[in-house]
Design a protein around this ligand. Structure first.
Ligand SMILES: Cc1cc2nc3c(=O)[nH]c(=O)nc-3n(C[C@H](O)[C@H](O)[C@H](O)COP(=O)(O)OP(=O)(O)OC[C@H]3O[C@@H](n4cnc5c(N)ncnc54)[C@H](O)[C@@H]3O)c2cc1C
Length: 342
C-alpha cells in the first residue's frame, strides 16, 4: 500500500487536457481504494470541499480550485462472469477509458466499440453519460460502486439509479456528493454483439475498407480513424472535446429554422423535441477557425474550442460566452457548455 501524500498549492495544468493554469488548494492521489477512509479524514481535517479529478478531459478551470482535489488513479480490470449471451466486466475508476475499451475488445467482448478513443477515466464515464456514434454509457452500464459523501456510505447503483440523460446523470447534478470507485459493464460475446453502424460515417468507412461483416474490433478501428481525422488530439493541441452540447429545441422552432436553413442537420427526438447540431450553428455563424490570442475555435471542427498555448480559463470562457450570445441572436438557440466549469 503506497503512502498517502497530501500536497498544497498543487499545479493542475498538466492534469487537464485544456492545459489551463490553476492550482488545487490541496491535492491527493488515490491509487488504492482501501485508503478511501484515510483520504476522507484528511479532506475533513482540511475543511475544504471535495473535488474528484479523473483525466481532466472535461474541465474548464477558470480559477484556482479552492478544494481538496482527490485524483482517482486506482487501477484494475477483470471479467466477473461470462455466459452465452452476456459478459460482465468491471474496472476501477482510475483506469484510462480507451485502453479499457481496447482491453474488452481483446478479450473478445463487444459493446463499447463506438465509445473508442474518448479521453478520460472509467470512473468519470458515467458522470456525463459519455456518448458517441449512437451509443451512450447508459446502454452498457450494469452497476457501479460509489462512496456517497452525503449519507457517508458505500452504495451500489444500477443504470436506473444513475438517472442518466443526454450528457447528464445524478453525479453531474450533485458533483460534491459522489466518488465513483468502480464500474461494471454488461457486454456481449463479439460474434453476437448488436453493432451500431448507422450514426456518422461508420458504415461508409467500413465499406471503403471492403468490410461487409464487421466485428466490434473493426468498428472500434473505424471510430478511431474517424475521430482522429475530425478531433484534435489534446496532446498536440489542448482542448476538452465538444465544448457545447447539441441543443434541444421545440419541433416548431426546428421547422421554422429548417425553412430558413434547409441544409441544417436536425434530429427529431422521441419526446417531441428536435436536436440540432451545435457545431453546424457555430460554423454557420462564421466562428470556425476564429482565434483571439491563444483562445480559439478549431479550424476543422467548430464544436471544439482550443488553447493554442497560454490561454487562461477566463479567456476560454469569455470566447465561449461571445459564441453563445451570437448563436442566440442569430438562431434564438441557447447553447449549453458541456465541460464542468470551475
Ligand atoms: C478530444 C476529446 C474528445 C472527447 N470526446 C467525447 C465524446 O465523444 N463523448 C463524450 O461524452 N465526451 C467526450 N469528451 C469529454 C471527456 O472525455 C469525457 O467527459 C470523460 O468521461 C471525462 O473523463 P475524465 O476522467 O477526464 O473526467 P474529468 O474531466 O477529470 O472530470 C469530469 C467530471 O467528472 C467528475 N469525476 C471524475 N472522476 C470521478 C469519479 N471517479 N467519481 C465521481 N466524479 C468523478 C469530476 O469531478 C468532474 O465533475 C472528449 C474530450 C476530449 C478532450
Amino acid at each position: 500500500m503506497s503512502q498517502l501524500i497530501v500536497r498544497e498549492a498543487f499545479a493542475l495544468s498538466a492534469l487537464n487536457t485544456f492545459a489551463l493554469p490553476a492550482q488545487a488548494a490541496q491535492y491527493c492521489a488515490l491509487s488504492d481504494s482501501s485508503q478511501l477512509p484515510e483520504v476522507l479524514a484528511a479532506q475533513q481535517r482540511s475543511g475544504l470541499a471535495l473535488f474528484v479529478l479523473g483525466g481532466g478531459s472535461n474541465l474548464l478551470l477558470t480559477q484556482n480550485l479552492d478544494a481538496f482535489v482527490l485524483h482517482m488513479t486506482t487501477q484494475g480490470k477483470r471479467v466477473l462472469s461470462q455466459q452465452a449471451d452476456v459478459v460482465l466486466v468491471e474496472a476501477e475508476a482510475g483506469e484510462a477509458w480507451h485502453p479499457f475499451v481496447l482491453w474488452t475488445l481483446s478479450q473478445g467482448f463487444g459493446g463499447l466499440e463506438n465509445l473508442s478513443l474518448i479521453p478520460g477515466t472509467v470512473g468519470a464515464a458515467p458522470v456525463q453519460n459519455i456518448g458517441a456514434y449512437g451509443v451512450e454509457i447508459n446502454d452498457r452500464l450494469h452497476s457501479l460502486d460509489a462512496w456517497d459523501c452525503q449519507q457517508e456510505q458505500l452504495v451500489t447503483l444500477n443504470a436506473q439509479d444513475c438517472a442518466f440523460a443526454y450528457r447528464d446523470s445524478c453525479f453531474k447534478r450533485e458533483p460534491a456528493r459522489w466518488i465513483i470507485l468502480r464500474v461494471r459493464f454488461a457486454l456481449y460475446p463479439a460474434a453476437s454483439t448488436p453493432l451500431a453502424l448507422e450514426y456518422g460515417p461508420i458504415r461508409q468507412h467500413l465499406s471503403h475498407l471492403d468490410i461487409a461483416q464487421p466485428t466490434p474490433a473493426d468498428v472500434s478501428r473505424a471510430v478511431c480513424a474517424i475521430r482522429a481525422e475530425k478531433l484534435p488530439d489534446p496532446r498536440q493541441l489542448a482542448n476538452a472535446g465538444s465544448f457545447f452540447k447539441n441543443p434541444l429545441v421545440p419541433a416548431q422552432q426546428a421547422l421554422a429554422l429548417l425553412a430558413q436553413y434547409p441544409a441544417m442537420p436536425s434530429y427529431p427526438q422521441a419526446d417531441g423535441q428536435t436536436k440540432l447540431a451545435a457545431g453546424w450553428l457555430i460554423e454557420q455563424a462564421g466562428w470556425k477557425g476564429y482565434r483571439d490570442g491563444d483562445a480559439g475555435v478549431h479550424a476543422n471542427q467548430a464544436l471544439v474550442l482550443v488553447n493554442y498555448g497560454s490561454a487562461t480559463g477566463a479567456q476560454m470562457k469569455a470566447l465561449a460566452q461571445r459564441i453563445q450570445t451570437d448563436i442566440h441572436e442569430r438562431f434564438a438557440v441557447a447553447l449549453d457548455i458541456e465541460p464542468i466549469v470551475i
